[in-house]
Design a protein. Sequence first.
Length: 325
Amino acid sequence: YEVRLASGKGYGCFAIKPIKRGTRIIAESPLIFCPVAFYYENDIKEPFSKLSPEQQALYFTLHSAHNQDPSKYPKHIHPSVDESERCRIEEQRKARMAKEASVVSIFQTNCMQMEGGAAVFPYCARFNHSCNANATFSWNPAIWKQTVHAMRDIEEGEEITISYCDITLDRASRRWELMHYGFECECPACDDDEDPESFAAQTGPRRFRLMEIEEELKFMRGPMIAYGAKQEGFVGKLLEYTKLLIDEGDYTVRLANAYLDIAMTCEEHGDLRSAKLAALKALQIKLDSQGPDVPDVSQYQSVVGRINKKIAESGAEDIKYVKTQ
């Protein structure tokens, strides 16, 4: 890809050749790392002071969401907020309202989650946001790098985008979160929704339903899957959930986890052929969205191996996996 001007969005990253889904586009080490999620000004300024002059210059080439309109934010901090948290909020508010970019305002605008804290990756930071992104980012502790993978096939000349916020949020909530980055999104999901055939009109109900299903099933999935598998309609809701994610173009680890839960539920019910198909889909999406070197990929491989072993022991007819489209 190349970095060049993107209409109305400053700089962006554009594919210079077709990129297949699952391609690792970049893997980058942090330039500056803050080990705590709820950071103060000094937590950022201290590691910044240890950078070389060249690194500091690179840091200040990044976008800063400063000089924002104070009227768009709440005027007061609730009395119940303790003094230390009040101080943190006021520091970050000051950085957003300041007339000039600062170390803190650049960090706020560009940081990504990492190891329970946050870090700035100057080249990953060049990828612009879309609520209907075609790429996904994740921290890989095995290689100590932030990675970006193509979430679907990307055409030559197409902008590569990632999502800065949870895709299940409604438009108003997304706008509130993205305001902190200093822009309003104009992606297909945020476009005019008056046309019932538009993606914007269709995505709202889908995202609301995704949120509903997540809330309903959150205590029945993952470690609690044995309990969830016993609940009536559980698999049906997971299947609905996967279809909604696919319709949204969300081929992230969220979809991989849904397929893994379907696999383990089918395994609980003795449907090993369906279990294997779902487990292989889960593994493929995990590999495509995060890569083969991410540490927890072994959990997916373990489920596939366990189901294969049960199939072999039972003498059941094996199946071939067809990659999810």
